[in-house]
Structures are given as structure tokens and as C-alpha cells.
Design a protein around this ligand. Structure first.
Ligand code: ZN
Length: 188
């Protein structure tokens, strides 16, 4: 088990669709364990395989909701259905999102308030979660990663312009950049 390096925006693995998981073998189990460890070390509420440089369709999530219910698991070969994203502008307090592949930055983004996730677990057992609120947001964010989309790609024009400047200033947007939770401090 190991904390893996998290790839930063600009590497092709983050901007290309990932492939379905075909082999449910020991390598996959190790990958999932490492993803949990990396997500917890970051810390983050979700982590998709492309973020650790593996172009496969799976993500881990870990979130305690407002009712103190713990949501933690792995979604392999997921499908996601969402209700329409509400009209209007993202709220600078309520709708602020972040991404471990765009570390240390946060931008508001409107998301669908509810989502249905269907996936299989490591034993290829299917499961379904009807998610609301922040959990629905996490699923949309992680699912996007599997299609090569980052949340910064979805920002409203005003925030997209700021993100473009941030990318330039930090020297991101090029291949092979990564950071290791617990080793690199990107808040500075
Ligand atoms: Zn992300």
C-alpha cells in the first residue's frame, strides 16, 4: 500500500476519456487501496484513477453527510444520471468546489442537486446510490474525471478567466506535473 503521486492539470491522462475496467485482479485491489490512502492523505472527498495516472474508469469517495451518515466506497465502471443543472449563477459560498489535480484553488460551480450512481464494487457486485447535495456533487466531479473533464473546464466565463491566469502563474497546463500528499505542500 502506498500514497501515490497526484497528477496536476495539463497531463494528458487527465484530459482524455478513461477505459473500462476489464480485469478484477490483485492489481486492481492494490490500486483501490492506494487510492483510498492517497485520498485520505490529501485529504480529499473523492479521487478518480486518472488522477493517479491510471486511465481506468473508477473512483473512490469518502464523505460524511449532514446527517452524520458516512459514504465511503469505490465505484468501478460507473454510470451517472443527473437532474438538470439549475439555471442561474454559482454561489460563491455554497457552490465552491476544489480538485486535487488543481490543488490549493477553489471556484464556484453550479451542479445538479441530485444524481443516481450505478457501478460495481471490487467483487463486481452492482450497487446504486441516490445522492443529493454534496454527495451528488462529488459523484458528478469524479465521474467527469473519467471522461477527461476537470471542474475548471466547466467554470462560468468570469471564473474560467481567473483559472486560466492561475494555470499560467503556477506553470501548470503541461504534462508530467504531480504532487505527493504528505510530501509536497502546495498551499504555499
Ligand atoms: Zn478532481
Amino acid at each position: 500500500m502506498a500514497v501515490r503521486a497526484i497528477v496536476i492539470s495539463g497531463d494528458p491522462v487527465l484530459h482524455s476519456p478513461a477505459a473500462s475496467v476489464e480485469e478484477f485482479d490483485d492489481d486492481l485491489r492494490v490500486l483501490v487501496q492506494d487510492m483510498y490512502e492517497t485520498m485520505d492523505a490529501a485529504p480529499g472527498v473523492g479521487l478518480a484513477a486518472p488522477q493517479v495516472g491510471v486511465p481506468l474508469r473508477l473512483f473512490t469517495y469518502s464523505y460524511l453527510d449532514d446527517d452524520d451518515r458516512s459514504w465511503r466506497g469505490v465505484a468501478i465502471n460507473p454510470e451517472l444520471w443527473i437532474t438538470p443543472v439549475p439555471a442561474g449563477e454559482a454561489d460563491e459560498d455554497e457552490d465552491v468546489e476544489g480538485c486535487l489535480s488543481y490543488p490549493g484553488e477553489r471556484f464556484p460551480l453550479l451542479r445538479s442537486p441530485s444524481a443516481i450512481l450505478r457501478a460495481v464494487d471490487l467483487d463486481q457486485k452492482p450497487f446504486e446510490i441516490h445522492a443529493e447535495g454534496w454527495l451528488a456533487r462529488i459523484f458528478q466531479h469524479e465521474y467527469d474525471h473519467l471522461d477527461g473533464t476537470l471542474y475548471v473546464d466547466r467554470l462560468e466565463h468570469f471564473y474560467a478567466k481567473i483559472a486560466t491566469k492561475v494555470t499560467r502563474k503556477r506553470g501548470w497546463g503541461v504534462p508530467d506535473l504531480s504532487w505527493v500528499p504528505g510530501v509536497d505542500n502546495l498551499e504555499d
